[in-house]
Design a protein around this ligand. Structure first.
Ligand code: MN
Length: 231
């Protein structure tokens, strides 16, 4: 095939303890998936999960042992951190049941769903899409992906974020309203999942603003750390 212009590079995330890269197809994100975060964002109860997307090339891959540099994005004065467990899909499908869902998971990683909260808030108020608030360049910093068999991910693994040494977010992944399998079940009703899809599974309470120069250190127990500096 002859392309009229050079095709864009494939977005990719390093695989942990390997020279391989995981090619990114789509980035799905779950909204309000921890009880205490849902409350801080004004929700109540166990509402059905809802989803939004980021472009695949919004990933900012951060190899193990390094600090990623995220440019502070334009058009915001309220950039928020959301630390999240990320699920990497290895086997696609639609209408996947929760019972079968984990067979579709290739691996797990630590990610940040960086959010221009002021733009998201304005979009909510006006009933407009969240794209500019959520799906901007470098809005998805992510650490290496651990293959599911190698990931030492306990059901109650701790998830946390520290900014400039001060704890901001801390919870355990069993506090998710919809767990990984249930999330895949819901999401695959709306979309045919494909190998290479990433799912950001939502953030616990404690979201807040960061500034240029801040050092973010996120972690999910068993998946290592994700260090990002805002530049
Ligand atoms: Mn999020």
């Amino acid at each position: 095939m002859q392309f009229a212009i050079p095709p864009a590079a494939i977005a990719a995330v390093p695989v942990a303890n390997s020279d391989a890269y995981f090619p990114v197809h789509r980035i799905y994100c779950v909204g309000r998936n921890y009880v205490e975060h849902a409350k801080e964002m004004g929700a109540t109860g166990r509402e059905a999960p809802f989803f939004f997307m980021k472009p695949a090339d919004a990933v900012l891959p951060v190899p193990a042992g390094t600090t990623g540099e995220m440019p502070y994005p334009p058009m915001t004065a309220d950039l928020h951190h959301e630390i999240e467990l990320v699920v990497a899909i290895g086997k696609g499908g639609s209408n996947i049941t929760a019972a079968d869902a984990l067979q579709h998971v290739w691996g797990y990683a630590v990610g940040l769903d960086m959010t221009r909260r002021d733009l998201q808030g304005e979009a909510k108020k006006l009933g407009r899409p969240w794209c500019t608030g959520k799906g901007f360049d470098y809005s998805a910093p992510i650490g290496p992906i651990f293959p599911a068999q190698e990931a030492k991910l306990a059901g109650n693994a701790r998830i946390s974020l520290v900014v400039n040494g001060a704890p901001r977010q801390g919870s355990t992944i069993d506090k998710m309203i919809w767990n990984v399998a249930e999330t895949i079940e819901h999401l695959s009703k709306f979309y045919t999942l494909q190998p290479g899809d990433l799912i950001f599974t939502g953030t616990p309470e404690g979201v807040g603003a960061v500034q240029k120069g801040d050092q973010l250190e996120g972690a999910v127990e068993g998946l290592g750390q994700l260090r990002v500096k805002l530049v």
